[in-house]
Write a protein that binds this ligand. Sequence first.
Ligand code: DX5
Ligand code: ZN
Length: 215
Amino acid sequence: MKIYPSMLSANFCCLGEELRELNDADGIHWDVMDGHFVDKITFGADIIAAHREITSLPFDVHLMIDNPEKHIRTFAEAGADIITVHVESTNHIHKVLQDIKSFGKKSCIAINPGTSTDFLKYIDQDLLDSVLIMTVNPGQKGQRFLMSQIAKITKVQSLFIGDIGVDGGVSDETISNCEGISYAIAGSYIFDNDDYSEAIENLKLRNRLKSVFNP
Ligand code: DX5
Ligand code: ZN
């Protein structure tokens, strides 16, 4: 299982230094918020581009913005390796996936807690690399993990053969509930720890232990 720290919980006055402390991560998750799709406004493509040369880890750009179709090129050119869009944020999810693939990037669809997975039946699977199950309502760090979303992991597995991730409220305790996922996004749990590498390793260990004891 891979761990992607979410920069939303990093110290915003020194993002570059924070990135250098994340060598043991499998990728970096950037939460882009526009004040419309979610209330908060965070960072845009220029901030992400400014940090592209600091690490060779893949950048996963999580777009919590309305009309993401207008911005795919910008984030692709800013250095995103994976572009994650919300199925709720656009009327043209299939077109957005085509756009992401046309830039040679990996595509991911994020699903809000209240959203059904039915749309996956109608998505061309060649266009979709991963599905991100939101285990909190998007828009804020440090929220409580929603146990109601655990059943969605199995549901997505039955409809989709690619990578499945979870985002929100991930900790050494809650990750034990996430059997069958290939990656997890974690913000507060990692950045609240003095040693980011230790926190990442701990999350992986806790997930592995669960699999060993419940084969
Ligand atoms: C929530 C974001 C998450 C968030 C996770 O809207 O998509 O990526 O940063 O933060 P924690 O791990 O603190 O819930
Ligand atoms: Zn996120």
